[in-house]
Write a protein that binds this ligand. Structure first.
Ligand code: UDP
Length: 145
């Protein structure tokens, strides 16, 4: 691939309340930067009910939905926009699988998260799963963008 073909993507990352509460913001951001991605926007926020309803609309009605929204409201979270070639799949690779029990060592979830006995909700981070999701999610957390 030539340099001209490189497309810079943007993704929406959340350091969930468990990551903030456990003091892992710095280590998580360090991994994003160490991979060579740029941090374009960053904010510590206490999520509103409206933001969480929009962010997790695809999961509405599932058994884990309300406990997930409650957990995401427990304390502040960090919302950030990271950019770079392939950052959408790249960050999800850094994050590891949804279930921290099986997330590979070397990933954020694999290294820092574990099953706390309440579903798999406390897995430290969120990362957009497609360009469409990234655009939608960036607009939720950075509406001025
Ligand atoms: N989640 C949960 N129970 C489940 C599946 C998911 O609590 O059985 C939570 C978990 O925090 C996960 C989030 O819901 O990160 C969104 O789920 P998704 O399947 O989109 O996983 P992700 O893309 O975050 O890996």
């Amino acid at each position: 691939m030539t340099k001209e073909n490189l497309v810079t993507e943007r993704t929406l990352v959340l350091v969930k309340p468990d990551g903030v509460q456990r003091g892992l913001i710095g280590q998580i951001i360090a991994r994003i930067e160490a991979k060579g991605y740029s941090i374009e926007k960053l904010e510590l926020v206490h999520a509103t009910a409206e933001q969480l309803a929009a962010h997790y609309e695809e999961h509405e009605g599932k058994p884990f939905y309300q406990p997930l929204v409650d957990f995401m409201s427990e304390g502040p979270l960090v919302a950030l926009v990271a950019s770079g070639h392939g950052v959408i799949p790249g960050f999800r690779s850094l994050a590891g699988t949804t279930d921290p029990t099986t997330a590979a060592p070397g990933t954020i979830r694999g290294d820092f998260a574990r099953d706390w006995g309440v579903s798999v909700q406390k897995n430290l981070v969120h990362g957009s799963d497609s360009e469409e999701s990234a655009a939608r999610e960036i607009a939720i957390w950075f509406p001025e963008d």
